[in-house]
Design a protein around this ligand. Structure first.
Ligand code: PLP
Length: 425
């Protein structure tokens, strides 16, 4: 329900004032670029601001809203759990955590089995890196250039963009980076100290970079032959987003550890997880408090996870992501031809799509005007030339057509503005 018009104005002014005074003035400035309003309510693929203006959510949070906003099965499961017992005393086992771990063992590839639950993607990667060191007794972690694994120290040490790393150095020792998509670089980088290779099956924040089809199978073979672990970061690509339940499924490989977050809480609760093969859990089992989290595995978040996975499976939503993704990719490529001066390439898999612009400023203008036109898109943290689209898997063909029409109008506006800005000769 929307507040009355006088209250709306006050809510907007107060929110911006408080962001400027108490959250972050820089962030408040960025938000002003996209129009002075605030998020208010959402349902399915549609978000409404406090003035009642509707936006199609093509950003998906990014990649959080696999089931859209407030999916009824997830909200019902969470409400039921909250009314009974939302958080854990941590003195006895909790059925929702047990159920979610069992479900993850069923849907993840191969013999991935044991899960640890946390609260974010960065935390999931922290845990995966710790388990890799614990299980191998070696410190070395190889990551990839352009990778994004989160912004806590271990996850940041594995990530590949200098802008986010440099101000916080020294980072965790033992990390090195190799070019993404080149299996031979991994072969050359492994030494006697290497515990694991951590990699995104598709680099999301780096602008939806899809590696060659033989990359992950070759990486798997190298890790096996050289005796190191493979950590697949499926925080962004997991849970149906790319047209299979996990992006690793396209390559037919099983990582030793898989990390998840974003979509796992069905857009209703924050939750992350790492899932590992049984032999990697031996030391975790011998010493079960070696790694822990106060809020990790809480009942409300796990209930959301259970409802999310059941919905994805029962409604065959990964398959739907493949079909809707093909339609969206086609429509965007058709549109890109009309704006070839602005867009270099449109690429993607399933409903994870990147639009690469000729310049980061043009990408920023395109994002701002798309939002003005009523469609949310998201920039890429590690590649600002690329706008990312990761809409809910429940998106309809009509919503795809409407959203692409809005982006098309936004790009025409960008072209007009750029022409106005040109100095006449
Ligand atoms: N890993 C990947 C592949 C991501 O895309 C992200 C976030 O964008 C993260 C990890 C970090 O997740 P979080 O922001 O929940 O810490």
């Amino acid at each position: 329900m929307l507040p009355d018009p006088a209250a709306r104005k006050r809510i907007i002014e107060e929110t911006y004032r408080k962001y400027t005074a108490f959250v972050n003035p820089g962030l408040a400035k960025v938000f002003r670029l996209t129009g002075e309003t605030v998020e208010w309510e959402a349902s399915g693929v549609v978000v409404r601001d406090v003035n009642g203006k509707e936006y199609l959510d093509f950003s998906g949070g990014p990649a959080v809203f696999v089931l859209g906003h407030r999916h009824p099965r997830v909200t019902a499961a969470v409400i039921e759990q909250i009314q009974r017992m939302p958080m854990s005393v941590r003195a006895l086992p909790r059925p929702p955590e047990a159920d979610l771990a069992e479900l993850l063992a069923e849907v993840t590839p191969g013999d991935l089995r044991y899960s640890f639950f946390c609260n974010s993607g960065a935390e999931a990667n922290e845990g995966a890196i710790k388990v890799a060191r614990l299980a191998t007794g070696r410190p070395g972690i190889i990551g990839t250039e352009g990778a994004f694994h989160g912004k806590t120290f271990g996850a940041l040490s594995a990530s590949g963009r200098e802008k986010y790393r440099k101000p916080f150095e020294p980072l965790v020792p033992g990390f090195r980076h190799i070019p993404y998509g080149e299996a031979e670089a991994l072969e050359a980088a492994i030494d006697g100290e290497t515990a694991a290779f951590i990699v995104e099956p598709i680099q999301g924040e780096s602008g939806v970079r899809i590696p060659p089809p033989d990359y992950l199978p070759r990486v798997r073979e190298i890790c096996d032959r050289r005796g190191i672990l493979l950590i697949a970061d499926e925080v962004q690509t997991g849970l149906g987003r790319t047209g299979r339940m996990f992006a690793c499924d396209h390559a037919g490989i099983t990582p030793d550890i898989m990390t998840l977050a974003k979509g796992l809480g069905g857009g209703v609760m924050p939750i992350g997880a790492f899932v590992a093969r049984p032999h990697l859990w031996e030391k975790m089992a011998a010493e079960p408090f070696l790694h822990s989290s106060t809020f990790g595995g809480n009942q409300a978040a796990c209930a959301a996870g259970v409802a999310t996975i059941r919905t994805l499976v029962e409604e065959a939503l990964p398959q739907r992501a493949a079909e809707m993704g093909a339609q969206l990719l086609d429509a965007l490529r058709g549109m890109a031809q009309r704006h070839s001066g602005l867009i270099r390439e449109v690429r993607g898999r399933g409903l994870l799509i990147g639009m690469e612009f000729s310049d980061p400023d043009i990408a920023l203008m395109a994002a701002a005007w798309s939002i003005t036109e009523g469609v949310f898109v998201y920039f890429s943290l590690n590649n600002p030339e690329v706008l990312r689209l990761a809409p809910p898997l429940i998106i309809t063909p009509e919503q795809i057509a409407t959203g692409v029409g809005r982006i098309d109008r936004a790009l025409s506006e960008v072209t007009r503005l750029l022409a106005e800005m040109e100095v006449p000769s």
